[in-house]
Write a new protein. Structure first.
Length: 558
């Protein structure tokens, strides 16, 4: 950690200044960043003590000021409604990565360095003016010598070292925040940031995007409407991506009426394409905003930009389908099962309160026709319930919810009467029916039998290892007691009370002995010529009892 701070000292200073400028000097102080600024800067820093802006807005401004890496992480975080409060999510959704394009001379240099040949040898021509620019890279139109019209995506120069530095700093800050602010422990900040970092690194690697595009293209091989650009691997690397150029018009509502297939058909094709990817294929385009969708003259719909794609495990798909059907059937019990099977549930979750919140959610849709139910709104409310109870859902599920919200916004403008919930139901039922087909059940039973068989075969070896460790004295047993401090305090109190009782009993015995001896009229044993043994014993017992009582009362655990 110290090595990182020395190596990236100037960037840490930038982060400290930015945090302090937007009113987060307490965070900079607690994480030690403030110490990186010189004393005059610390004293005279323009701190906005009475900043009228809310926390979400100030977080957004911090990310925007810190640039590409932090903006991208914020955009990824905006999909996690199960982890982040709503007021912050609203601000993160406003994050924009509008940056000026970089010169064509640098574009040529990067292409030649990555592909190992002059630009003129690779393309018969390439337009110097970019057709799109973003924070990570920009796109140019070109033609291969074999005649194909292509789009060439080129990563910004020197962006990778800058991004890696920022990601290291971000992970360092997450670890410091989790250690310094104990109340953040339940949110597992480090794990969350690590997840965001992995997602961003995938987006930085254009070969990942290329594989995503090819995988989604295979899903629509037999679909005459959906088109996915082909990838030219001979002209693609981690920093350069060459693919088919997708002509057509962007999903502009004003121009859609001119298209032969019309708004309603476009809306139906988009919804059907998404649910086919999600519930049948288990792999979907996670960023279907209007800028990534083209409507072509032949009535086909083309998707581009597969940097954000998501794979759904069979369990996540099934639980999502169960959630949809449970909401349709107004079954709180099934909704609860689907959530409990999906997310990481805190040990101290209040199941009764969670059930009550789900009851309130499904009650909202009782008697409401499916055509009037917003699946995106329902998913959003479900994520809020998860946030309230600190249930950490799989990132795939939250990304899917975000994707549904984006798609529903498009569909609502294209065809307000189309119900996404209606169209989702048959896909969900097909998924669940496939799950319980005899062939699928037999396959799962066979895999379970193999797993249990391997466990049984491995059991003697494991048992032998445990016994060997036992004989070597290396076996450790750990007992985890909940509320141990409360238990120990109670034991301490009981012990002190018993000790006090023994002291009183001892004192009583001494007193009784003294009284009996006096009553019998016997001459007591004399010590030092003046004191009797009984008197000395009485004094010692009284002194010991007094000291014991003082120590008990001082402990405060009587």
């Amino acid at each position: 950690m110290i090595g990182k701070r020395i190596r990236h000292f100037k960037r840490y200073q930038d982060v400290a200044r930015t945090l302090t400028r937007h009113g987060f000097d307490f965070f900079a102080q607690e994480t030690g960043l403030l110490q990186m600024l010189s004393l005059p800067k610390r004293i005279f820093m323009d701190k906005e003590k009475d900043d009228p802006r809310n926390v979400g807005e100030r977080i957004r401004l911090v990310l925007e000021d810190l640039g590409t890496t932090f903006i991208k992480i914020g955009q990824i975080a905006s999909t996690r409604a199960d982890l982040i409060p709503e007021e912050i999510l609203r601000e993160l959704a406003k994050l924009q990565d509008n940056v000026p394009p970089f010169p064509f001379e640098q574009v040529s240099e990067i292409i030649e360095e990555e592909l190992g040949a002059p630009v003129q040898e690779i393309f018969s021509w390439i337009e110097e003016k970019e057709i799109a620019a973003a924070s990570i890279g920009q796109v140019h139109k070109a033609r291969l010598h074999t005649g194909e019209l292509v789009a060439v995506k080129v990563q910004r120069p020197q962006i990778r070292p800058t991004v890696e530095t920022d990601l290291e700093i971000l992970q360092d800050l997450a670890a410091l925040a989790e250690n310094r602010f104990k109340q953040l422990g339940s949110f597992q900040i480090r794990d969350v940031i690590d997840e965001f970092v992995r997602s961003f690194r995938c987006e930085m690697d254009y070969t990942v995007e290329a594989r995503n595009a090819e995988r989604i293209a295979r899903q629509f091989t037999d679909d005459p409407v959906i088109r996915i650009p082909a990838i030219y691997w001979d002209y693609s690397t981690k920093a350069v991506l060459t693919m088919d150029f997708m002509d057509g018009q962007k999903l502009n509502m004003e121009d859609i009426e001119k298209n032969s297939i019309g708004r309603k058909k476009i809306a139906e094709h988009l919804v059907r394409a998404l649910f086919h990817q999600v519930l049948i294929e288990g792999f979907f385009h996670a960023d279907p905003h209007p800028g990534n969708i083209f409507i072509q003259e032949n009535g086909r719909i083309a998707f581009i930009d597969f940097g954000m794609a998501c794979r759904l495990t069979p369990d996540v798909r099934e639980n999502f389908a169960l959630l949809i059907i449970a909401m349709m059937q107004h079954s709180t019990e099934d909704m609860l099962k689907a959530i409990l099977h999906s997310g990481a549930i805190p040990d101290d979750v209040d199941i009764r309160r969670l059930t009550a919140d789900l009851d309130d959610l499904q009650e909202k849709y009782v008697g409401v026709p499916l055509s009037r139910i917003s699946l995106a709104e329902a998913a959003d409310e479900l994520l809020l319930v998860a946030f309230r109870h600190r249930i950490r859902l799989p990132s795939e599920l939250t990304l899917l919810a975000k994707c549904l919200m984006t798609l529903e916004g498009i569909v609502e403008k294209l065809d307000p009467d189309l119900s996404i919930m209606d169209m989702a139901e048959p896909f969900g039922r097909q998924l669940l029916e496939d799950r319980y087909k005899l062939k699928k059940l037999a396959g799962r039973a066979r895999r379970s039998f193999q797993d249990y068989g391997e466990i049984m075969l491995d059991l003697p070896k494991q048992l032998k290892s445990v016994l060997h460790s036992w004989n070597q004295g290396k076996t450790r047993f750990e007992i985890n007691l909940q509320k141990t401090d409360v238990f120990l305090k109670k034991m301490d109190r009981v012990t002190n009370q018993v000790s006090f009782s023994i002291s009183l009993l001892s004192f009583s015995i001494v007193m009784a002995a003294l009284i009996v001896a006096s009553a019998m009229g016997r001459e007591p044993w004399i010590l030092f010529g003046r004191l009797s043994v009984i008197e000395v014993g009485f004094a010692m017992a009284s002194l010991m009892g007094l000291l014991l009582l003082i120590s008990i009362f001082r402990s405060g655990r009587f």
